[in-house]
Ligand binder design. Sequence first.
Ligand SMILES: *Cc1c(COP(=O)(O)O)cnc(C)c1O
Length: 441
Amino acid sequence: MIRRIQSLPGRPPGFLYRESKQGIFRHKRKFVLHCDEIALPKLVAKYGTPLYVYSAPMICERYATFDRAFRESPHTICYSVKANSNLSILRLLARRGCGFDVVSGGELERVLMADRKAAHKVVFSGVGKTREEMTAALKAGTMLFNVESESELWALAECAARLRTRAPVALRVNPDVAAQTHPYISTGLHKHKFGVPIRYARALYAKASGAKSLRVVGVSVHIGSQITDVAPFGEALARVAELVRVLRDDGHRIEYIDAGGGLGIAYKEPERSGFAKDAASYARAVSEPLRALGVHLLLEPGRSIVGPAGALITTVMYRKANDGKRFLVVDAAMNDLIRPALYSAYHEIVPVTYPDSDAKVEVVDVVGPVCESGDFFARDRELPPIEEESLLAILDAGAYGMALASNYNTRTRPAEVLVSGKSVKVIRKRERLADLMRAEM
Ligand SMILES: *Cc1c(COP(=O)(O)O)cnc(C)c1O
């Protein structure tokens, strides 16, 4: 396992084992998992567990790689804030010229707090925007509203008219394309709540262009998340391209195509070919059908930028065996990282300190303390024998980890630290119980 991690082109510069020569048993080789230049046990000694750790260089590098993959098309990357909305991570990306995709007034507020001038690179998505949210977004100068229904269209028109402005609008179309992913994060079929069925789009564009307070400028699509086969993206964009031609014939000025997010990452087998290759084949699938259209492309990646750049570090509290079935009870739980419980997601779990021997493996369930059988991080997983008090790293937890964390079982949410080379910044303090009860009577 250690060798797997060490030889992965996709992992560095994020999480790597390095040989440790510390301690009294200098003759015994030992490998310690690092985030950039920082040994994880050092972070834990200072900040405790459970702890989210992110590599800033890895986030930046993945953003740059994604951006480079689209260098042949005029484009703007609008990082999907919901994947990881920590202000410091937003600031990191904003400083590199990244735009943002928000799905609530709260996310917009975060973006503006990270960078006051970012609004002109913000797209506002979501199936249930309130009038208050739309008004705030109009006042901020949002670049594009991805509208998902006729009713929402009129609500937005009303908000814009009241502000004596014109709202820049794209309709999010539902292309009826199946993406091979978990049903909860597949969004591009007609049975899903998202978007406007593509065959009704033309009529709705005609209506929208009649509203004085709307400025029809684009078409948007987002077929789901954690999609690793790029063919469905190509299929969806081909349908969008067809629609754009029809709309232009109808006299609409379509300047933007928003291709959404959804590029998956390799949770199980780390990106063997490297992110650059995956991003390039994604870019080809998305931009090929749009080549002759001369549009400005918007992209909303979330997971593929931050997912592999984060890990959740946890302490093994207890070992137990029930009738021969072995459990490692750790101090992180489903409230900290819900992906395994919610999507049956797989996360690679590795010991933070790895012995340099081919120790036998044992088959264990890695579980948290929450009172639900769904509170697990791994089932029947092969791990080297792990002692109580030792640390485990749950990898690829940078996206939809902390963003989905809750206070279930009245558990405080973890601290988050951002590592860059040898520097460490706490970007969110560990919650205290008082924080949880503040709003209650
Ligand atoms: C969630 C979402 C994204 C980001 O998806 P990833 O799979 O994280 O890339 C982008 N756009 C919209 C509209 C979304 O809902």
